[in-house]
Design a protein around this ligand. Structure first.
Ligand SMILES: NC(=O)c1ccc[n+]([C@@H]2O[C@H](COP(=O)([O-])OP(=O)(O)OC[C@H]3O[C@@H](n4cnc5c(N)ncnc54)[C@H](O)[C@@H]3O)[C@@H](O)[C@H]2O)c1
Length: 349
């Protein structure tokens, strides 16, 4: 019988009791695909080469896929990361070995954009403060007049970065009738024009924002992009929202401006250190909403990530170029192209 197209899933897709970590990740399209066989690996970190030697594809959750994880037999075609972060994958090593790394922008786009909107509405509506007032007796209840919210019409929504998530955030914010501005040195100008986003300098984004959202990747150039100097440009009535990566914000500097009420508040799904140190002063601030790098975690987010990974793997099996390839030069790699060609012959059509 012809050799199957073998797909491995990292062991952490199952809990210790054998039940699925994410029940909304539907693997049946893989199980039902003709010629495909799936196997859950035993838990290992990093992934060992002997574990993936006999596989064509790996769907990866949290373990590291390091240079030493690659088996020299050259069978593996794709590492499909569940999510869009890939700090756990050695990308140059994959490229050198002709292995494609795919991520799932289609899975996270809407859920993260929704979480930004949720933080914006909660901050400007003083949601958590009003929740607390209601629970704290009649005297607190009667202080509601001291906690006026901020209406959004005509206010300025700013973003640092308008890629996958930043653009979706603006798309979702359209009914709020806000002004849209963004700073992104590599912005897709067509997308910006379609969404009515004015592209501005970094400093203008900080200066003009009523709500400033961070939607760029963490890279050496963006570490502490939000620093004391730029925070000082913000209006005292403005809010900062970070759902991107913690180290993009100098958290010490942010804590200082928040505690001195030099900006109105912050919504942070990500922190410089996760989980935060219990003594971190940011945990004490009333004008800050904190969530555990999981505000976007919904049934639909995990179903979407799973569907995107399954599609990438099935595309490879059928000899088609998948979406969401991070290391695009691999698409020209002769070994990768030969594997796709062979798959097209065996399973395509
Ligand atoms: N909180 C979560 O659970 C969660 C989930 C998914 C993604 N994220 C994070 O959200 C962020 C955005 O993800 P995405 O999928 O939209 O990424 P993306 O790559 O599609 O978009 C990022 C945008 O940032 C721009 N950019 C790069 N350098 C910049 C700079 N110096 N200044 C301004 N803009 C710059 C890029 O040109 C691009 O348009 C990332 O940091 C990602 O890690 C968080």
């Amino acid at each position: 019988m012809a050799e199957k197209f073998r797909v491995a899933l990292s062991g952490d897709f199952k809990k210790a009791d054998g039940s699925p970590t994410f029940p909304d990740f539907d693997v049946t399209p893989l199980k039902n695909a003709p010629g495909v066989e799936i196997t859950y690996l035993e838990t290992a970190n990093p992934i060992r080469p002997d574990q993936v030697a006999d596989f064509d594809a790996l769907i990866l959750l949290a373990p590291r896929f390091a240079r030493e994880s690659i088996h020299p037999n050259g069978r593996l075609s794709v590492v499909a990361r569940f999510g869009v972060g890939y700090d756990n994958v050695d990308v140059p090593a994959c490229t050198e070995a002709g292995i494609a790394l795919c991520i799932t922008p289609d899975g996270v786009r809407r859920p993260v954009a929704v979480s930004i909107i949720a933080l914006m509405l909660a901050l400007t509506g003083k949601l958590l403060i009003k929740d607390k007032l209601t629970r704290s007796g009649p005297e607190a209840f009667n202080k509601r007049v001291d906690h006026m919210g901020v209406g959004l019409v005509g206010r300025t929504l700013a973003s640092i970065g308008i890629g996958n998530i930043g653009a979706e955030m603006f798309r979702m914010a359209r009914p709020f009738e806000m002004k849209f501005i963004a700073h992104d040195p590599f912005a897709d100008k067509t997308v910006a024009a379609e969404l009515g986003i004015e592209l501005v300098s970094m400093e203008d984004a900080f200066r003009r924002a009523d709500v400033l959202c961070i939607n760029c990747p963490l890279m050496p150039e963006t570490k502490h992009l939000v620093n004391a100097e730029r925070l000082a440009l913000m209006k005292p009535t403005a809010f900062l929202i970070n759902t991107a990566r913690g180290p993009i914000v100098d958290q010490k500097a942010l804590t200082k401006v928040l505690s001195e009420q030099r900006i109105a508040g912050a919504g942070l799904d990500v922190l410089e250190s996760e989980p935060p140190d219990p003594s971190d002063p940011i945990l004490k601030l009333d004008n800050t909403i904190l969530t555990p790098h999981a505000l976007c975690w919904t049934d639909q987010c995990f179903a979407g990530n799973g569907a995107a990974d399954v599609k990438a793997v099935l595309d490879i099996q059928r000899g088609r170029t998948p979406n969401g390839v991070v290391n695009r030069p691999v698409l020209q790699d002769t070994r990768f192209k030969a594997r796709l060609e062979a798959n097209r012959g065996r399973f395509g059509g």
